[in-house]
Ligand binder design. Structure first.
Ligand SMILES: CC(C)(COP(=O)(O)OP(=O)(O)OC[C@H]1O[C@@H](n2cnc3c(N)ncnc32)[C@H](O)[C@@H]1OP(=O)(O)O)[C@@H](O)C(=O)NCCC(=O)NCCS
Length: 88
């Protein structure tokens, strides 16, 4: 997971958990830690990009406080991309 700072906003980029370790709450814990880091750094808004078809990731993001905001202005690998965000 990488964190990009732009004043008061940060972007979570490419969260990934190896197949063998999935469905054990690891991604949920990583995101909770990231949200805490953002609070310490006084970041107010966390956002991310997700492919429209990535239902697993979108279920995870819903559970961790993100909401769909809008469609991204670019198509990536032939797939529309969504912008999701949450206030920290
Ligand atoms: C998306 C991903 C990071 C989830 O990692 P994970 O450690 O398995 O997720 P967690 O165990 O923390 O799951 C958290 C929630 O996400 C949802 N979720 C995760 N995997 C799911 C699946 N296969 N099907 C449906 N929902 C799923 C569930 O709602 C789950 O909540 P629950 O535990 O209360 O049921 C993992 O599947 C992954 O690495 N995928 C490939 C990379 C990717 O697509 N990354 C996102 C790029 S935007």
């Amino acid at each position: 997971m990488e964190l990009f700072h732009n004043k008061k906003e940060a972007r979570m980029n490419a969260i990934f958990v190896e197949d063998a370790w999935r469905d054990q709450g690891i991604a949920k814990r990583l995101i909770a830690q990231l949200v805490n880091q953002c609070k310490h750094k006084r970041i107010q808004k966390l956002f991310l990009l997700v492919k429209e078809t990535n239902e697993d990731a979108k279920a995870l993001y819903k559970k961790t406080g993100f909401k769909f905001e809008k469609m991204h202005d670019k198509i990536i690998e032939d797939t529309p991309v969504e912008v999701w965000g949450q206030a920290v």
